[in-house]
Design a protein around this ligand. Sequence first.
Ligand code: LMR
Length: 393
Amino acid sequence: MFSKLTAQAPDKIIALIAQYAADPRGDKVDMGVGVYKDAQGRTPIIRAIKTAEQRHWEAETTKTYKALIGDGVFISGMRGLVLGDVAADRVAGAQSVGGTGAIYTLLDLVRTIEPQARVWMSDPTWPNHAAIIGHLGLASRSYRYFDAETREVDFEAMRADLAGAGPGDVILLHGCCHNPTGANLTLAQWEEITDMALAQGFLPFVDFAYQGFGDGLEADAAGVRAMASRVPQMLIATSCSKNFGLYRDRIGAAMVLCETPATAALARGTMETLNRVHFSFPPDHGAALVASVLSDPALRADWVAELEGMRLRMLSLRTGLADALRREANDDRFDFIARHRGMFSRLGASPAQVERLRAEHGIYMVGDSRMNIAGLPEDRLDHLARAFVSVGL
Ligand code: LMR
């Protein structure tokens, strides 16, 4: 049976982790996988999470099962974090295995109801979106999103493509901090996409994995909340990997905004069933920690402050690199790096230039020239700028 298997193409982001680890150069630079790093290149455990973990270890008396849907305090805490008080009684939430698990559950929910649904992705998008959609056997389309010249959102093109979407179409949007480009919708553009959803009847699906990494926890949620306050239905996938630093604990939440509280109860029941067939009970540890941080005012304030520090560090790395490139290139063509938000920017290098950066300078980024801004070495930005310019950027 297994001899029928074919070799799988590795995910290009994950493949980079091993390639970087195998490079013996001491001055190599890792701007690959989307993991936050501090000035020392470490990915620290968030202070409030560590405290919650200590308390949890002392207080926990059993490892017996909790609920199929997950931890109720966690789910309502995440709903509040993402949506504030928008439409609370119409949202069904379920705990998921990371942000990826939330995307998978929500698309499986769509498939359960509407196997013929088409899922529209931005061009470009996170590669796992297409992989999950394909794995579930759903049809996909793409819409133009990024202007390679200006490195901004090509909103005219996006709107023109989405004009062809209607009922039965799911439109996958990035809530903030677009991965891989770093170019984001304005609030006015969110409102326009909302108008289109209302007029055309498509279902918005927001992948919201980087809340707090762009303009701040509240500002990053403005577009999602504006949309949720007006549309009858919507899907949201959230992740605690980045903003709570819980990467390996695999914790996220799937949310379904429904027309009525009664429909939300149905969606909740179906997600419970989906959890049961996917993995039964979701892993509790990360959810319990996030629930404690969100519901304890002191822990929450400490988490918000630390997250804000991470965000500001990424912003200063952005301006630092843009300044270094302005000096090195003697013009402002790289200023988009300072305008972008979140963990990533697409540099606009060709695959050959990306390969030269790796081979000649030990600089690692994804083949489409997505840079993880948190991986920038703050004391060597001039060196990086010289390398970028030396490969013809
Ligand atoms: C990324 O885009 O690098 C992260 O979301 C990690 C991943 O799973 O791809």
